[in-house]
Design a protein. Structure first.
Length: 383
């Protein structure tokens, strides 16, 4: 287990989540978004200690975000008198109302993972995730509902348009804040729901990838260059050898979908909020970094700033006390996992609700990650 000396922890500002910030998470009844009422929201705020003597008397609701598997609602809250510290707005996160996306989320456990992340793990990490006021879990149905801190004012990243290098640097700082505290911690294996890399898991991913690949080609081949499609075929065959590195460790908590659409940038760019913890797992931390940079930066910016950004991540890990992860290993992992985004583009595009923005996003992911992987020579890991 890695212990982080206080003198080495970078000061990213106070946490505002979980028990580490002096808060508790209220246990709630699971409801659909159209059944939320004042009593339910009051239970979340009061049970988490966010309300003192004020009483919630009403709210307004509006959808926010572009999630494929989750459905987010912003609630603007009205109290009987202005409470000094209670939130003016909160975010309710519900399972997708789309049957395809919801059934996918249930089948692969994404809803339950996110609820458990906030209930069991978030308080022990330094990453800037939203404070969770309340969580409802239905183990039988495989569903969760969350009441979360609203990180506004903040701008959601855009996977399609990309971000400047300074935005990527701020995001990578949060990746280090996520990965370092539990780096190599064997107690993470006690969380049975937290998927650890395994041969069985790799076999399953390969089967899914090969099963959906023909549909991906049919839908997107007219928009993708031949080198992307050729790499996609090679990846499907060579996936087991490529993925074996994940089982070697050291393992830590990884986000699993660490991309711009799941990042909220504060004005001034000093702090990035990380949302959408439905794919949290055990893995190699550099996987998140390669996935972020590969599609988050435009190819020209990535070529110009790639090494310095990855070095910044490695240096941040070292400052936070992570041992025995030399730069050469970090860079090698970064190169290998440039193929993760291609895997995600192929699989995710075929198992969630299809819409125009999603189609554009998945094409951008496939194109940029293929360019990244081929330029770095990551195809050598495919045998």
């Amino acid at each position: 287990m890695t212990t982080i000396p206080a003198s080495l922890v970078v000061a990213y500002g106070p946490l505002s989540m979980g028990e580490s910030a002096g808060h508790t998470v209220a246990e709630l009844e699971l409801v659909e978004h159209d059944a939320v009422d004042v009593e339910w929201l009051d239970a979340a705020l009061r049970g988490s200690g966010a309300l003192d003597d004020a009483e919630l008397v009403g709210f307004d609701a509006e959808p926010v975000g572009t999630g494929q598997v989750g459905h987010n609602i912003r609630y603007t809250l009205r109290y009987d008198h202005p409470p000094p510290d209670a939130p003016a707005t909160v975010i309710g996160k519900f399972p997708s109302p789309d049957p395809t996306s919801r059934s996918t989320g249930v089948a692969i456990g994404t809803y339950l993972k996110e609820g458990r992340f906030y209930r069991e793990l978030a308080s022990g990490l330094d990453v800037r995730a939203p404070r969770c006021f309340g969580v409802a879990l239905d183990e039988t149905a495989g569903l969760s509902v969350l009441v979360l801190e609203d990180l506004a004012p903040a701008d959601q990243g855009d996977q399609i348009s990309g971000c400047p290098p300074e935005g990527a640097a701020a995001a990578i700082a949060e990746a280090a804040a996520l990965h370092a505290p539990r780096w190599g911690d064997p107690r993470l294996l006690d969380h049975a729901w937290l998927s650890a890399p395994s041969q069985e898991g790799t076999d399953g991913i390969q089967q899914i990838y090969q099963a959906v690949w023909p549909g991906f080609v049919e839908r997107y081949a007219h928009r993708l260059d031949d080198d992307v499609l050729t790499l996609g075929v090679r990846f499907g065959v060579g996936l087991p050898g490529w993925a074996a590195r994940r089982r070697e460790g050291p393992l830590t908590v990884v986000h699993g979908d660490f991309r711009l659409d799941n990042l909220l940038f504060r004005p001034g760019g000093h702090r990035v909020g990380v949302v959408d913890w439905q794919t949290v797992a055990l893995g190699i931390g550099t996987d998140d970094v390669s996935y972020l940079l590969g599609a988050g930066l435009l190819p020209g910016d990535l070529r110009d700033h790639e090494v310095e950004l990855v070095r910044g991540y490695h240096e941040d890990l070292v400052r936070r006390g992570v041992p025995d992860y030399p730069w050469e290993r970090c860079w090698d992992d970064y190169v290998r996992f440039s193929l993760s985004g291609l895997q995600m583009a192929v699989v995710a595009s075929m198992i969630v609700r299809q819409d125009d923005r999603g189609d554009e996003m998945f094409c951008v992911m496939a194109e940029r990650h293929a360019e990244q992987a081929l330029r770095l020579g990551a195809d050598r890991f495919l045998g």
